[in-house]
Design a protein around this ligand. Structure first.
Ligand SMILES: [Zn+2]
Length: 229
């Protein structure tokens, strides 16, 4: 052996990386062919874990990272879809609730010129409302003194909801008895319809109003029926 083992081992890394001179290369190869210990050492050196194992680990890492990312992305997509669906359901529910609340709100049925009529029938004075089902009614009896005689007036107001009007056919009618034939119908002088707001205090207080104020209020009402003289 031309060179001692120590010298050969010093240049073995260079030989392995193929960066040594031809001369050194020849010397190393010659030594390795003769020295089992240095051959063994070279094998260990070549069995370079850094180059073989780490890239695998990196690859695995990268793969599992990508897999995790894919899972997260899928999770995010699913979450976004679920959230969107829930949001749409909430909006629909809130919309339906608001619509139902609005549609079920009591309101005065406005007199439109023909939707409410009053006529004397065999059973009494009957009010008929067309196109909506009335869910509330108020009838007020008022005595009004004018020109020395007392007149008996019936004032009424009907309530419905948007829903009542919506579900009722345009020509469907509903009756309300204002005064019964066997009681006071013959004594009633006039029937007025009150289209005003749902203020029951005004309605209740009508009987106690001074004549001028009552007359003013009646002027805002609709005279639907009057006893023929
Ligand atoms: Zn050697």
């Amino acid at each position: 052996m031309k060179y001692p083992c120590g010298v050969i081992r010093d240049i073995l890394p260079l030989y392995k990386d193929e960066v040594c001179s031809e001369e050194s290369r020849g010397a190393v190869e010659e030594h390795l062919s003769e020295c089992d210990e240095c051959s063994e050492y070279y094998k260990e050196l070549s069995d370079d874990r850094e180059n073989i194992v780490i890239p695998e680990i990196e690859d695995h890492k990268a793969d599992s990272l990508r897999a995790v990312k894919r899972r997260i992305n899928r999770g995010v997509r699913v979450a976004v879809i679920i959230a969107s669906v829930l949001l749409v359901i909430c909006i629909i529910l809130i919309g339906a609730m608001v619509t139902m609340r609005d549609m079920s709100e009591r309101r005065t049925i406005e007199y439109n010129g023909s939707n409410i009529t009053v006529s004397m029938k065999s059973e009494g004075l009957i009010a008929t409302v067309r196109g909506t089902w009335y869910s509330g009614a108020r009838i007020k009896t008022v005595h009004m003194e004018a020109d020395g005689e007392v007149r008996l007036l019936k004032i009424f107001r009907l309530e419905d909801t948007e829903w009542d009007a919506f579900k009722t056919g345009k020509n469907k009618t509903y009756d309300l008895t204002i005064a019964y034939a066997d009681m006071e119908a013959d004594m009633v002088d006039a029937v007025y319809y009150y289209s005003g707001e749902l203020n029951d205090d005004i309605f209740k207080g009508m009987g106690e109003l001074p004549p001028e104020e009552l007359a003013e209020l009646l002027g805002k009402m609709t005279l639907l029926w009057e006893k023929s003289k």
